[in-house]
Design a protein around this ligand. Sequence first.
Ligand SMILES: NC(=O)c1ccc[n+]([C@@H]2O[C@H](COP(=O)([O-])OP(=O)(O)OC[C@H]3O[C@@H](n4cnc5c(N)ncnc54)[C@H](O)[C@@H]3O)[C@@H](O)[C@H]2O)c1
Length: 296
Amino acid sequence: MKNITVIGAGTMGNGIAHVFAMNGFHVNLVDMNPTSLEKALATITKNLDRMVAKGGIDEAKKSETLANLHPTTSIESCAPTSDLIVEAATENVEIKLSIFRQMDALAPAHCILATNTSSISITKIAAVTNRPEQVIGMHFMNPVPVMKLVEVIRGYSTSNEVCSQIMELSRNLGKVPVEVNDYPGFVANRILMPMINEAIYTLFEGVGGVEEIDTVMKLGMAHPMGPLQLADFIGLDVCLAILHVLHDGFGNPKYAPCPLLVNMVMAKNLGVKSGKGFYDYSHGGKELVVAPNFKK
Ligand SMILES: NC(=O)c1ccc[n+]([C@@H]2O[C@H](COP(=O)([O-])OP(=O)(O)OC[C@H]3O[C@@H](n4cnc5c(N)ncnc54)[C@H](O)[C@@H]3O)[C@@H](O)[C@H]2O)c1
């Protein structure tokens, strides 16, 4: 594999493009929104600068990585020459199905179609293509350049060969792949999202404040980040979308999203990416400041 196309240049897409480009792949980064592409390139450059400053890479590696990156708004221009396409667009089933239909029509026969979805069924996505055995989940973790795990999700029809290729490719990117089966939330989010939802319920019911809940989980359970801060970091819209998939997929009320989470998403308080969630990020500093709605 040489030519990789990453679709979606948001929180995850820029990190995935960064990692492939740093490992010598030719990477087309596609987004329908030119502003997302500009922001993604600025983020990748900033992250590479940080790696240079810390001595992880040198200036030559930074230049080589940037030279491997090709931003574009046109999937038609790059899909026909791709060996692997990794879709990292918005967590919405209709958007993903439409992208996969388009990728299947444009990509060459050997091309593997992967999705970075956090929860949407790989089997459902694969079923809209004519190559379901070549469709697979490649679930990177945020921030992609730092986090080692790739959850590799086998759809119902994914072939052994494609699964082995993606496991090997993930290792070549310096990651640790773990193979799992295709059920709602896979492993990572089936366990994580109920915890985040429960933390939001705990806040909603007044059992504890934002700082208290996060401190209990950080100091008491040795989590590097409290669940409310983590929800802000993931994006509250992404968390809500995953909870809907778990709720619909299992039909169990224990996965019903907390009404506070629903309200925050409707109010566009989405966490880090919108500047406000459980914490307020508008000051631009590293310090954690509780959002005005949750101040005592
Ligand atoms: N945020 C996380 O921590 C996280 C972690 C793991 C996986 N994921 C998954 O990764 C995927 C992307 O999430 P994100 O947090 O980066 O979202 P995001 O909202 O930050 O970015 C999504 C990007 O997709 C673009 N997009 C939407 N429709 C498109 C289309 N048809 N063609 C091209 N671009 C399109 C948008 O313009 C946007 O730039 C989702 O499936 C999500 O569940 C997210």
